[in-house]
Write a protein that binds this ligand. Structure first.
Ligand code: OMP
Length: 257
């Protein structure tokens, strides 16, 4: 069973397409021990209303992946959820492979990567590492990021090296995600028009994950209407008065679509 099929099943069973971005602000050395218990408490509170937890450098740097983070992954799995590592992997293939081997050994089910590196000697060894892992792991590719500066890279007009035709960088990335059989693409909730363009191109063969709801100004309703299948949400849940209630509300939106 692929990662893409697993998360689809969990989303259906739990009736939630919310991926919790388990991000906390910088903590001074003397306060870092609290990070682990804070993370564990949030997962305990919101796990009934989410389908996966996305971990970023916010936790891997201070806690280490084989110490604190592995405990979090175990908790995530015990709650029947999947764990995504937001590594935005972006290096030569041999390095990407080593990065992936460590993350997968720690228990992550999927890894986010940057398609700007290209296939040969870039993404290919990463996809191969994911596919041959036991169980098979997923690779999610960025297609259009949620921040304003994304237009400078993902928003560029490019000339297709094969056909010579002009196209948008993000559409070329979406096309590649299809060709590589990626497990998902990330498109910012802040750019619903681009979500929709990409959605029409992908035709539900590759699901769209959208971060940028709330704190970054995107609205969940617009992202979902445009075609996002999963919402990646951090501060809007973590910094809410009642994170569980907030996660529940966001999960319900999709069902009302
Ligand atoms: P909040 O803005 O707090 O909801 O967090 C969003 C999370 O999604 C953070 O972990 C970001 O690093 C991540 N993210 C984006 O915000 N924008 C992107 O374009 C891509 C990602 C990502 O790859 O998850």
């Amino acid at each position: 069973v692929s990662y893409k099929q697993k998360i689809e099943q969990i989303a259906k069973d739990k009736q939630s397409r919310i991926v919790l971005a388990l991000d906390f602000p910088y903590q001074r050395r003397e306060n870092r021990q609290d990070l682990l218990s804070k993370a564990q408490n949030i997962i305990d509170a919101v796990s009934p209303y989410i389908c996966a937890v996305k971990i970023n450098h916010h936790l891997t740097l201070p806690l280490g992946i084989f110490d604190g983070v592995q405990k979090i992954i175990t908790q995530v799995h015990n709650a029947g959820l999947l764990a995504i590592m937001d590594g935005k992997v972006n290096d030569i293939g041999a390095t990407n492979q080593t990065i992936a081997e460590y993350y997968f050994e720690a228990g992550f089910d999927a890894l986010i990567a940057n398609p700007f590196i290209g296939w040969t000697e870039g993404l290919k060894p990463l996809f191969e590492t994911a596919i041959k892992s036991q169980p098979q792991r997923g690779i999610i590719l960025l297609a259009y990021m949620s921040h304003k500066g994304a237009i400078e890279g993902y928003g560029q007009t490019i000339k297709d090296p094969q056909t010579g035709a002009l196209t948008k960088q993000y559409l070329a990335f979406a096309q590649k995600a299809l060709a590589f059989n990626a497990d998902g693409v990330v498109v910012g909730a802040t750019v619903p028009d681009k979500i929709n363009e990409i959605y029409r191109l992908l035709n539900e063969k590759v699901p769209i994950y959208s971060p940028g709801v709330g704190a970054q100004g995107g609205t969940p309703e617009e992202a979902l209407k445009a075609g996002s299948q999963y919402l990646i949400v951090g501060r809007e849940i973590i910094q809410a008065q009642n994170p569980a209630e907030q996660a529940f509300k966001l999960a319900k939106l999709k069902l009302e679509k």
